[in-house]
Design a binder for this molecule. Sequence first.
Ligand code: C2E
Ligand code: CA
Ligand code: CA
Ligand code: CA
Length: 281
Amino acid sequence: AKSSGKNHYQLYHEEMHKDESKQMKMEVGLRKALEQKEFFLVYQPQIHLKTGKIIGIEALIRWKREEQEIISPEQFIPLAEETGLIVPISEWVIKQACEDIQQVHLRGHSNLLVSINISALHFNQENFVKSVQAILQQTNVNPHLVDFELTESMIMPNASQTISKLVKLKKLGIKLSIDDFGTGYSSLSYLNRFPLDRLKIDKSFIENLNKYHDDSSIVEAIISIAHRLNLSVVAEGVESKKQLLHLKTGNCDHIQGFYITKPLPLAELIRFLAEWEEDLY
Ligand code: C2E
Ligand code: CA
Ligand code: CA
Ligand code: CA
């Protein structure tokens, strides 16, 4: 009995150790990733439903670890948040996205918006607005063509401080979107109080359009509330023509999803933009 107890302890200990060391390896890797330029951005176009024109692109981070496998943000963003590494990573994302959108503008797509996912931890830094301002100046990008995607959970706590930050960003010219709309806090009161431009309907609702469990009334309600408040609506995760047509009938403004294209590295995106035909239906 004594020895089996010991074995059990050892096993448990080894398991824990494995998890911990995996985590530590990932953390060490993350620290190196910035210096060694292992992060890159891919871009997914956003389409204006009425005209079929591409109006913007969303920047999404990828990690090419030690020149081998590509790691998705869902695998490393939580650890980056936990360790605070998300702050320099997020600064890098904003800077890179601004440099890249300049390239896109120079290639003749001069009105394209770049949407950037902002981390809560970064947004809550005292000097967030200043650091953004510095990046805008360095990269010389038109702030009206930069859009920040924020989540409901990051802007709800601390509402008064949040509002003043949002107002400052707005004054710089930056557009503000709420990402994953409908999945977070249910309070709608902030929609009126915050200087927002767009709502992005979470892809879970789009997935359930036309399905047995139909979310079309929720989607239609979100669109109509948004329009009443002068916000435009982006539907993300559009994978089929059926969903696209449904959203078009429902008066949704913009769509994004695999039906148009998966997110693309910059060079491929530039080719995609050049070849895009607006008659997509
Ligand atoms: P998100 O901002 O909600 O991004 C949408 C996710 O849906 C992306 O996953 C995108 O590749 C994926 N997607 C696009 N079209 C479709 C579709 O038609 N169907 C389905 N099923 N999925 C689609 P990704 O790139 O793996 O990013 C996951 C999450 O990681 C993002 O969710 C965002 O929360 C976070 N993230 C990504 N890039 C960044 C970044 O640069 N900074 C920060 N702070 N977070 C990021
Ligand atoms: Ca997003
Ligand atoms: Ca989203
Ligand atoms: Ca999401």
